[in-house]
Design a protein around this ligand. Structure first.
Ligand code: BGC
Length: 753
């Protein structure tokens, strides 16, 4: 009895896995100095990242270059010492398990042995680190309208992350993408709040589970909020949005993320209506915490607290910026020095109460306890590769890729038969790893199937003549372009694989991705000439696009026989594209964003207000090139028998909608059935239609299935003149069909009394 009591005495309560988390936090907080608490709120980049910056940058750059994550005046040795002294709570940009375990071993030398929480941008698989499964990026996943797949990918990613000792992914990005000049469209789920919400919430659930296991990771819902409709299309530019638009369009996916249990949020780079999001008390405290009941912690984005003083001019200096951000609700500071000393000073000066610091530290420690990091601070090097890139995960990457590729045009040439013996293949994305997309590191060749490799694999009997245009759209060689054009006339068929360049390791050479925004949506370099002249060869031409966002390809699409939007299809993208080209897979994906004809059409969204095209454009069209929800298949679908369970319902009532969908063609397929609603008359203007449900329906050739949707009051609700939620009496139009285009929809009305 005495002996066991003594043993228990030695082990502090916070180290007892059987004690309730609340008690463990109380115990630990009581033992922590102010400096240790403030350190828990700080996140640094990994030491290898710092060493690389030191090796690659000039002395002058090292003083100023924050993007490469060098801490001017400090070395990786300082970071190691701070870790050993328990002054760093989290790291990001740690890309190997050995580095993660090493840093964790330093934290284990600290007095209290509080484990490090490792965060990483695992946006589509843990692709940012080598040797992990790379799934299609979010825009491709959204094109599959597949919420189960979103869950599955997140689940697998969580396992691969934990196998690398990573605990926290900066995903889902649930921003509603409403400006396609913005380079980050590819990491979003597109333009529709309902679709984004459904995919975002499943992603959160897939990552986190109940948090309480070493196969789960913390999700981070980002970026809160509005950065996806920047005033000039550039990343981090101001956004000016009415509270109505914020609440109706931008908030729902964030609320869905919070409701799904997400335990971290990241604030957005931008200012919102004059207030930087990083100091926005309304967002962080009033809405997120009080209105939505969020219990997790909020992390800043890269250098954004700093930008309050060095960019926005809302704080006179860094200390003031830290003060404003913390008092507005910020819990953790991503990347940057001076936090520890300045925040400690602010507390000692009595400007920030220590109780405010305790609140944030509690939230962070809570996650560390719940993820089991105190019990399992390390991951096993020997087990790691058994989890990462395992066959099940690879198969999911391929399946997700197959379901993400959108067939935009087909004059009947696809799927290809082996009648075309000699095929010219050219274009910047033909044989490049760029199919992995933004937020991916370079992966081993053996783990990537490029489009050229996919074509050769799927159609070994075809003679593919590859004219290499390099990977760089800005520096295409006119001689190579000419060579391809000349060969096009002699081939039986031509394939041009065009698009954007997104790989981060060539940061400044990219044409799309984070911090890579455009003032037009045209194909860069000699790509248009290549496509146009090859299409004019008289031989059929297939255009395949690899891009994170819609490009303006009206002329090129008119000329080509078929157009495929492959997005950023991930490690097996080349195989999936080839399978679609040769008909091994019947395409099913639909656009989660509207494809405009030109940049001048922006804002181009399907759920616009009724007056948006009251006066249509002159000279050019007001119609999109391809509408939201659109995508072709090798079979055809017929919609019929639309029936509503009621014609009139009370304001609190539900209504069922059912219809028959028939595969009227000759191939089995999957159809994405979409349900839209319009409130016909209302006290404030409402969108012409809004997606309120969807279903992926697999149908054998000739088969008919009845699809049933349920319309709840929530789906009819909008914000009245005073921004209060209301279901208004009157007529509602239900629209069901294969895309958001009116001619693709069956319609019927019902009334709310
Ligand atoms: C991005 C975030 C990302 C962070 C860390 C920032 O530049 O805006 O989305 O999570 O970097 O890599």
């Amino acid at each position: 009895m005495n002996i066991s009591l003594k043993a228990a005495d030695k082990k502090p309560l916070y180290k007892d896995p059987n004690a309730p988390v609340e008690k463990r936090i109380d115990d630990l907080l009581n033992r922590m100095t102010l400096e240790e608490k403030v350190g828990q709120m700080n996140q640094f980049v990994g030491i290898e990242h710092i060493k690389t910056a030191v090796a690659n940058l000039s002395k002058e750059e090292l003083k100023t270059n924050t993007a490469s994550a060098f801490y001017p005046g400090f070395t990786h040795k300082n970071v190691e010492d701070w870790t050993k002294n328990g002054l760093i709570g989290s790291f990001l940009h740690v890309l190997t398990l050995s580095e993660a375990n090493y840093l964790q071993s330093l934290a284990m030398q600290s007095k209290l042995q509080i484990p490090i929480l490792f965060g990483i941008d695992a946006i589509h698989g843990n692709a940012n680190a080598p040797d992990n499964t790379v799934y299609p990026t979010n825009i491709g996943l959204a094109s599959s309208f597949d919420t189960e797949m979103a869950y599955k990918i997140a689940r697998q990613t969580a396992k691969e992350m934990r196998a690398m000792n990573m605990h926290w992914t900066f995903n889902p990005n649930v921003e509603v993408a409403r400006d396609q000049r913005w380079g980050r469209v590819g990491e979003t789920y597109g333009e529709d709040p309902y679709l984004v919400s459904r995919l975002g919430e499943q992603t959160v659930k897939g990552y986190q589970g109940n948090l309480n296991s070493n196969e789960n990771v913390l999700a981070c819902v980002k970026h809160f909020v509005g950065g996806s409709e920047p005033l000039n299309g550039t990343n981090g530019a101001p956004t000016d949005l009415s509270e109505r638009t914020i609440r109706e369009v931008f908030f729902p996916p964030f609320k869905a993320g919070a409701d799904a249990g997400a335990m971290s949020f990241m604030t957005a780079h931008n200012e919102l209506n004059g207030i930087p999001c990083h100091a926005n008390e309304w967002l962080m405290n009033d809405v997120l915490r009080k209105e939505w009941g969020f219990k997790g912690f909020i992390v800043s984005d890269w250098m954004d607290i700093e930008h309050m003083s060095d960019l926005h001019g809302t704080a006179e200096n860094l200390k003031e910026a830290f003060y404003q951000s913390i008092m507005a609700g910020m819990d953790m500071h991503m990347h940057g020095i001076h936090w520890n000393e300045l925040v400690t000073e602010l507390v000692k000066e009595g400007r920030i109460p220590e109780s405010r610091i305790d609140q944030s530290v509690r939230r962070i420690l809570d996650i560390k306890f719940r993820l089991g990091l105190f019990e399992n601070p390390f991951a096993d090097e020997k087990q790691s590769m058994k989890v990462r890139l395992n066959p099940e995960h690879r198969a999911t990457a391929l399946e997700a890729s197959r379901n993400s590729i959108v067939l935009l045009k087909n004059n009947g040439i696809l799927p290809l038969t082996n009648k075309y013996k000699n095929v010219l293949v050219t274009g910047i994305n033909t044989n490049d790893m760029n199919i992995l997309g933004d937020w991916s590191a370079v992966q081993k060749d053996e783990n990537v199937i490029t489009i050229l490799e996919g074509l050769k694999m799927i159609s070994p009997e075809t003679n593919f003549d590859f004219v290499d245009q390099g990977w760089d759209p800005r520096n295409m060689n006119p001689k190579k372009v000419k060579e391809a054009i000349a060969k096009a006339q002699k081939s039986d068929l031509n394939i041009v694989v065009a698009g954007d360049y997104m790989m981060r390791f060539r940061w400044t050479e990219r044409t799309s991705g984070e911090d890579t925004d455009r003032s037009d949506l045209d194909l860069v370099g000699l790509q248009n000439e290549l496509i146009e002249k090859i299409s004019a060869s008289g031989k059929p031409t297939i255009l395949i696009l690899v891009s994170g966002k819609p490009l303006s390809i009206e002329k090129q699409a008119n000329q080509a026989s078929a157009v495929i939007e492959a997005w950023e299809p991930g490690m097996y993208g080349g195989q999936a594209v080839a399978e679609i080209v040769y008909g091994k897979i019947n395409p099913s994906a639909k656009l989660p964003v509207t494809m405009p004809r030109s940049v001048g059409q922006l804002q181009m969204i399907y759920n616009h207000k009724p007056s948006q095209y009251f006066h249509p454009y002159v000279i050019t069209s007001s119609e999109p090139l391809y509408p939201f929800g659109y995508g072709l298949s090798y079979t055809t679908y017929k919609y019929s028998n639309l029936k509503l369970s009621e014609t009139t319902i009370p304001q609190t009532g539900n209504i069922n909608v059912c219809l028959d969908v028939t595969n009227s063609g000759t191939r089995d397929g999957v159809e994405i059935v979409q349900l839209y609603i319009r409130d016909k008359f209302s006290q404030v203007t409402r969108p012409v239609k809004e997606l309120k449900d969807f279903a992926r329906v697999s149908l054998k050739a000739g088969e008919t299935k009845t699809v049933t949707f349920s319309i709840t009051p929530e789906k009819l609700m909008f914000l009245d003149k005073k921004l209060n939620p209301v279901v208004e009496p009157g007529e509602f139009i239900v629209m069901v069909g294969s895309s958001s285009r009116d001619s693709d929809l069956l319609k019927q009305s019902f009334f709310v009394k």
